[in-house]
Design a protein around this ligand. Structure first.
Ligand code: GLU
Length: 449
């Protein structure tokens, strides 16, 4: 490993030992950058890597809200404005009880490179709260969102920082946040948030974009091997917005998603999650306050495996779509032994570092990284910003064309970056190098700060 990379990594590990997810994400990215640092000594001279692993700013704030019984609750909110070298900070908000500084920072760090890969002018940011939306009424969600944005509204804006959804934050939450933002600022600045409803400046296809983009990326990988998606079986995890989009596009292209999962176990549906009724069932479970993925198994009379993950199931392609660190060494071994040829990460950082190294070392397996595969979501968010600033609405076909081209470009530029440094068809290193290079160039050109 390049000495400079090694010393920066050692510093991050030392300084942030209490932020394991952040250390993990930094390790994953920086491990790919040795050849770049060898070729560009000017980056070390400018101490570029130490600048990159430190957020430009990050803040926490108090979010107080009242439940339906008149009782007050206090949560913590975060926003990390990690890197604004190539555009306004851009990234989602995650509402989940396990959210902490380490999780927000890892997501913000990943977002820098992901957003750069889209080819669009968006910097990296992320935010959220340790608020748990499960079981909350609509009125409670509204009061929480209003309180959250009251604390944050001064620090965001269409040219400053543009939040969006992530886990626990969908169209409903974005609506309540935008309503409060508009009330507070008294201006029509709908480019401040993305993932909006269509009635006030949302983009067609934004809800589908992450899942559709992941399947388009997969098609590019298959194309590289003269392979085709038709007839393939896919083992996926999760049952939220991203998994839904993956199932929908896979079905349209003649592939079958045979597993989906939740916190309590996984569903095996050998016929595939591919009818309108099944796809809608995912949406219904997500929208209900007490629904679980087992409801799907009961309704369609397919097996449910309580307390298990789907990685032992035989499939042609594995696509973890649920959350970070869902694939450790044990799961990675099951995936490698299954004989599948494609491991396509979708959720942000689903694979632990050692499991990732193991999977990448398997000759029969092609591994694609989440920061490239799931970039279609934020990419279409950037298209939403463009539509908002132009005050017009693109057709679904136009957005889809852009999304397809974007995913092809992300795949091709990653492959080309790996090739340039003599790494062969290495989509993981390639994505890190390609994403890094644009941000690095912008930082160098803008001088030291
Ligand atoms: N939360 C999504 C992500 O992880 C989307 C962010 C956005 O649209 O700004 O990329």
């Amino acid at each position: 490993m390049n000495k400079y990379v090694e010393s920066v990594l050692a510093g991050v590990r030392d300084k942030h030992s209490e932020q394991p997810e952040f250390v993990q994400a930094v390790t994953e990215v920086l491990s790919s950058l040795s050849p770049v640092m060898d070729a560009h000594p000017e980056y070390e001279a400018a101490d570029l890597l130490n600048r990159m692993v430190e957020p430009e700013r990050m803040f926490t704030f108090r979010v107080v809200w009242m439940d339906d019984n008149g009782k007050y609750h206090t949560n913590r909110g975060w926003r990390c404005q990690f890197n604004g070298a190539i555009g306004p900070y851009k990234g989602g908000l995650r509402f989940q009880s396990n959210v902490n500084e380490s999780i927000i920072k890892f997501l913000g760090f990943e977002q820098i490179f992901k957003n750069s890969l889209t080819g669009l002018p968006i910097g990296g940011g992320k935010g959220g709260s340790d608020f748990d939306p499960a079981g909350k009424s609509d009125a409670e969600i509204m009061r929480f969102c209003q309180s959250f944005i009251t604390a944050l509204y001064r620090y965001i804006g269409p040219d400053v920082d543009v939040p969006a959804g992530d886990m626990g934050v969908g169209g409903r939450e974005i609506g309540y946040m935008y309503g409060q933002y508009r009330r507070l600022k008294g201006v029509w600045e709908n480019g401040t948030l993305t993932g909006k409803g269509m009635s006030y400046g949302g983009s067609l296809l934004r809800p589908e974009a992450t899942g559709y983009g992941a399947i388009y990326y997969l098609q590019n990988v298959l194309h590289h091997f003269n392979d085709d998606i038709k007839g393939k079986t896919i083992a996926a995890s999760g049952y939220g917005n991203v998994t839904w989009g993956v199932c929908k596009k896979a079905a349209e292209l003649g592939a079958k998603v045979i597993t989906i999962s939740g916190r309590h176990g996984y569903v095996y549906d050998p016929d595939g999650v591919n009818t309108e009724e099944k796809l809608n069932c995912l949406l219904e479970i997500r929208a209900s306050t007490d629904g679980t993925i087992k409801d799907y198994a009961d309704r369609f009379n397919v097996p449910f495996y309580a307390g298990q993950k789907p990685w032992g199931v035989k499939a042609d392609i594995y696509m973890p779509c649920a959350t970070q660190n869902e694939v450790g060494m044990e799961e990675a071994k099951a995936i490698a032994e299954s004989g599948a040829r494609y491991y396509i990460e979708v959720s942000n950082m689903p694979t632990l570092n050692d499991a990732m190294s193991f999977l990448r070392s398997q000759d029969h397996l092609t591994v694609a990284p989440s920061k490239a595969v799931n970039a279609g979501g934020v990419g279409v968010s950037a298209l939403e910003m463009a539509q908002n600033s132009e005050r017009l609405v693109w057709t679904a076909e136009e957005v889809d064309e852009h999304l397809k081209a974007m995913m092809a470009n992300i795949h091709d530029s990653s492959a080309a970056a790996a090739e340039e440094y003599g790494l062969g068809y290495d989509l993981v290193s390639g994505a890190n190098i390609a994403g890094f290079s644009k941000v690095a160039t912008a930082m160098m050109e803008q001088g030291v700060f």
